[in-house]
Design a binder for this molecule. Sequence first.
Ligand code: HMG
Length: 389
Amino acid sequence: MKIGIDKIGFYIPQYYVDMNKLAEARGVEPEKLTIGIGQEKMAIAPITQDPVTLAANAALQILDDESLEKIDFVMFGTESGIDQSKSAGVYVHQLLGLRPDARTIEMKQACYGATAAIQLAKGHIALNPESKVLVLASDIARYGLHTAGEVTQGAGAVALIISANPRIMALDDISAYLTKDIMDFWRPTYSDVAFVDGKFSNEQYLAFFGQVWKEYKEKSGLSIADFEAICYHLPYTKIGLKALRTILEEGSTDVQEKLKDNYHISTLYGRKVGNIYTASLYLSLLSLLDQKELEAGARIGLFSYGSGAVGEFFSGILQSNYRDFLKIDHHTNLFNNRTELSVSKYEMVFEESLPTDGSSVDVDTTNDPAPICLTGINEHMRQYTNKNK
Ligand code: HMG
């Protein structure tokens, strides 16, 4: 039985900051950010958007009567969750009106959470071929103003429906994965910004890629020539290119050119969004699928990396007419309708936060075009609205 990605939804908040202007404000050469890091714009979430609302808005795009009836498992991959106990998925389950007899959980392993969810979803579908699983990947990446990591922040979500007989991509059975206890990036429970050893995290990302790629080839008997494209977890777009370069020589000149071209296409969305942690790899995949017509039957490789660290290389095969099931116009509109924030306004938005002392606050959602918004907090309970209901 084929199991894989049946639908993909995506959401980004309405604001962004231009990396040239951020470079100027931070006293670095713009080319360091646009070429050295490989980012053009960074998505900024207003106070009315959090990982729950971003995920719910991404999922809204792909829900129809059939999926509402069949989704019986919701897995929410995030590392910027809003509660130490209650799953962010439970809020989304309610906001979307999913069926009550569904299982809902949150998955955490840095940027790897959504990949773990997809692999578990495969098992669930294998046992329950009629079911559909909603996998949510949503994060707001925060390192702090004036930090080295600041230029690799971002905000956004991807929602995937995993099912039997998928219409977009059937996942291969073979994958290679690796766990190592390292401190390259982490966020203690008392901090709302991440701690990172930037250079070490880059080294580990590349080392993990090398190991899982080697193991994947051994397990599958496949080689670089079997891939139409390889998509990467992209904390910033330059790093995936560095990883790709480590294996390019395994292929002919034609294979190298094809993989480099398709890599570039897979980074176009990420360049305009920044790091969205768990969702980042799936944004790379979406960027490629939305912007290039590839042949059905083509194999796409996927490298997932979550600091701390877990890495995985897996793959999938594009299905016939897969582009008919993508929401390309909607994604284009999301990018075209964003508003640029000046650096000083971005800093103000970044510093805004909800009270933590139990007091109640309402936030104004009138300027937020998202259907699903955070409306405030009351006695430590976040309040949400779905404007469509
Ligand atoms: P930095 O010290 O600001 O930058 O840190 P740099 O000095 O390393 O320069 C970056 C690049 O810009 C270099 O290129 C420079 O040469 C180049 P490279 O040598 O790497 O090819 N450069 C220029 N290029 C053109 N024109 C110029 C110019 N000047 C310099 N004028 C760093 C950069 C990414 C380390 C920092 O932003 C950071 O710590 N970011 C956060 C950590 C991160 O993203 N790590 C990635 C791997 S870990 C991961 O992916 C997991 C993660 O997503 C978390 C999770 O799993 O949950 C982060």
